[in-house]
Ligand binder design. Structure first.
Ligand code: C2O
Ligand code: CU
Length: 484
């Protein structure tokens, strides 16, 4: 049983019309630019996200209800907006635990970043919290809790945020959320989502690999036309090496930021990374596959089938997306700050409860914001800083408006997708895995690799900086970058 994503164009147009009729407000993006240029009025998208458990069968495992955690009624709740629109998303927590929503990759103001204890109080069961922001960039984003992430995201609590420009060069646009699930394939039900064994190494792997919850779904594309495929690596653990077989393909955006088009051979992705590609199948009935080459055997994750009449087409030359508007770092004047990602020197230590400045007691071991285990560190500091009287001290304090180069060094034999909240960093160079200069919010630091990234510290606040393999993040590989 497969489920294919509906074409974005019709839906987006319909919701745009409906939205405009309901509420028209002046849209101003947080970068200060007026995003509406051709007469379309930006709209406010009022969205309610009820975080709750739903017993549902995934299309990939029909007949086996799982206690999924979802925003609303289905996994992969998708918010679509046009750049300039204001998003007012009300989170209602009907879970048994605290939660929050982090808008991954969206350069929101710090107050909307959704990190409990740092940018907001955790949203407790029965409470609600409203996020109000204007996404400054078009692109492919997602959202997820930033608290007990292993337990909540592990059971499916993540959603997709697609921000389009008012006009886009691709009429066909499919979203492919790739993730696996830790389910017992015999009996149904979840397997333990985290294990010490996994957390201390490459992570605990799922057993059921899916795209949009389905096993190897097929996506229709019109023969002879370019199609945009938004690939989102949403598995809490797995590293993939993504490629296309059976069609020409080019990379057109990385983490939502336009690039190229660059020829796609294969692209390595860890959790939270996104890759937008353009593909074209020429003849009616032609098929292509999305393949993961990372494991011992290549695995087809999804297929594409060309419909329509087909036509004689010229050379493969897909259109570029509109350029991103990120500030260009001044590399001549940038300060370089080294960060070393390592195993923890206090491996196995159990963090002690800490008292916050306002008197609340934060017990890391209550399963709220991290686990009781520590295996990893950044600059020899494991989250939370041992013995600290509150949240850990920032790993670095940056001056607003200045340019910085972060030199990321991985001393471990594992790969870490490193995420910096609040910015779109420029990936300058890497010692192991060749990659073009590009922007990213999540950077895959492979085994023993060193990568340099640069950005302008133009977004003030306290920002999380962490590995996005959730079992690494929650066992120490996380810190704070402060911009003042
Ligand atoms: Cu996708 Cu700190 O998160
Ligand atoms: Cu990691």
């Amino acid at each position: 049983m497969t489920r294919s994503a509906p074409s974005i164009t019709r839906r987006a147009v319909l919701s745009g019309i409906a939205g405009a009729g309901m509420a028209a407000v002046a849209g101003r993006s947080s970068s200060g630019e007026e995003a509406v240029t051709t007469g379309r009025r930006a709209v406010t998208r009022d969205i309610t996200l009820v975080a709750q458990e739903r017993r549902l069968a995934l299309p990939a495992l029909p007949g086996r209800d799982l206690p999924l955690l979802v925003y609303g009624d289905q996994p992969f709740r998708t918010i679509r907006a046009v750049k300039g629109d204001r998003i007012r998303a009300r989170l209602e927590n009907r879970l048994a635990d605290h939660t929050s929503i982090h808008w991954h990759g969206v350069r929101v103001a710090n107050g909307a970043d959704g990190v409990p204890w740092l940018t907001q109080a955790p949203t407790r069961p029965g409470e609600s919290y409203t996020y109000d922001f204007v996404p400054p960039d078009a692109g492919t984003f997602f959202f997820h809790p930033h608290c007990d992430e292993i337990g909540q995201i592990g059971r499916g609590l993540e959603g997709l945020l697609i921000v389009r420009n008012e006009s886009e060069p691709y009429a066909v646009d499919h979203v492919l959320a790739v993730r696996d699930w830790r389910v017992d394939l015999q009996d149904g039900g979840f397997l333990p989502i985290s294990t010490d064994q996994g957390a201390a190494k490459a992570g605990t792997f799922g057993t059921l690999r899916t795209v949009n919850g389905a096993e190897r779904p097929d996506f229709p594309v019109p023969a002879g036309e370019y199609a945009r495929i938004r690939i989102m690596a949403l598995d809490p653990t797995r590293i993939m090496e993504i490629g296309i077989e059976g069609a020409e393909a080019a990379i057109i955006a990385i983490d939502g930021f336009a690039v190229g088009p660059l020829p796609l051979r294969s692209w390595r992705m860890g959790m939270a990374m996104r890759l937008d590609i353009a593909i074209r199948l020429n003849g009616k009935g032609d098929t292509a596959q999305l393949v993961d080459y990372f494991g011992a055997e290549p695995l087809a994750l999804a297929t594409f089938t060309a419909g329509g009449e087909g036509m004689t087409v010229g050379a493969f030359d897909p259109p570029a997306l509109a350029a991103h508007g990120l500030a260009e770092p001044d590399l001549d004047r940038a300060e370089t700050i080294p960060f070393t990602f390592s195993a923890s020197s206090i491996a196995g230590a159990v963090p002690v409860p800490i008292t916050l400045p306002d008197g609340r007691v934060f017990d890391p071991a209550d399963g709220l914001c991290l686990s009781s285990r520590t295996f990893w560190a950044i600059n020899r500091t494991s989250w939370p800083g041992a013995g600290a009287g509150g949240l850990p001290q920032p790993l670095a304090t940056l001056t607003r408006g200045r340019s910085y180069v972060f030199e990321l060094t991985n001393t471990t034999p594992h790969t870490h997708p490193i995420h910096l909240h609040g910015f779109g960093a420029k990936v300058l160079d890497a010692t192991r895995l060749a990659r073009p200069v590009h922007r990213a919010d999540t950077i895959l630091l492979t085994t023993k690799e060193r990568i340099r990234i640069a950005f302008v510290a133009d977004n003030p606040g306290d920002w999380m900086f962490h590995c996005h393999i959730l079992e690494h993040q929650e066992t120490g590989m996380m810190g704070i970058i402060r911009v003042t």
